[in-house]
Design a protein around this ligand. Sequence first.
Ligand code: SF4
Length: 215
Amino acid sequence: MQLRITEIFLSIQGESSHAGRPCAFVRLTGCPMRCVWCDSEYTFTGGNRMSFEEIFARLDAYGCPLVEITGGEPLAQKAVFPFITELLDRGFEVLIETGGYVSTERVDPRAKVILDVKCPASGERERNHWTNLERLNPEKDEVKFVVADLADWEFARGIIAKYELEKRAKEILISPVFGVENLQEIAEAISKSGLRVRLNMQLHKYIWGADVHGV
Ligand code: SF4
């Protein structure tokens, strides 16, 4: 079987409760969404077809036990589901970073899902697949809100309450869009919220810069 791949690289995990850990990334090509602040537009087209064996060879050479499958939208390629299972069978710890549009139903339950909820400023709020929130496992899965302003933060608060995400998710990540001017305002609102949430700052962009790929 094959997957269309934009890049595979070894780096530091920049986000989630796993931030700071060495991590191998498999970035799949293609995404059905068009978030206005997307930082991965280079994944929308192109890429190279790679067999599972070719991908495993790259990962084995890194010798890194933590692998993130990302994109683009990684769950948009059907072959990703058996690929995730095979990675887990080979003993890797697997993170799935998904945009929240595609159902997570077929994801191997041993994988750790980091599920985006699209806020209004993304322009893609209407495409959230809400049932995904009901599938979160509080032992391992995380939910992420990328927020561009205080209106997005208020939207996130509403979804956290409506779906009782403090009970459903291991972590609730509030991730300001990189470079937003009102970062302090968002941080203060989070600090006063009394919610079990975590400010998520995309560590890799502070180390290598916002526009650098493959690191
Ligand atoms: S879901 Fe992710 S890759 Fe797709 S447009 Fe939105 S931010 Fe970009």
